[in-house]
Write a protein that binds this ligand. Structure first.
Ligand SMILES: [Zn+2]
Ligand SMILES: [Zn+2]
Length: 97
């Protein structure tokens, strides 16, 4: 919590994170100036987790996480949370016989 600064791995690349790291919204086409604090993070953990990409987005491009999940989500991750089978064919599918 608070104003931590650190580095995390995201998609195999090391990135600086924290409230003092300026960046721009990662939504394609958006040029909003933000920082890499938790307030702009997709998900609840820097670097992302299984439910979020770990990207940083402006307030306009962050949405409430689906019920039962922590933090906020970008549009892509929010939709993926709503229907995990839609996005990729190797998403976990449970079948009952
Ligand atoms: Zn995301
Ligand atoms: Zn944005």
């Amino acid at each position: 919590m608070g104003n931590m600064h650190g580095t995390v791995y995201r998609n195999g690349k090391q990135i600086d994170v924290g409230y003092d790291v300026p960046t721009t919204c990662e939504q394609p086409g958006c040029t909003e100036r933000i920082d890499r604090g938790l307030g702009y993070l997709c998900g609840s953990m820097h670097g992302g987790d299984e439910f979020s990409c770990g990207g940083y987005f402006c307030g306009q491009h962050l949405y409430m996480a689906p019920e039962g999940y922590l933090g906020t989500r970008c549009l892509l991750c929010r939709d993926r949370g709503a229907d995990p089978t839609e996005e990729s064919s190797d998403a976990m599918v449970i079948t009952y016989d």
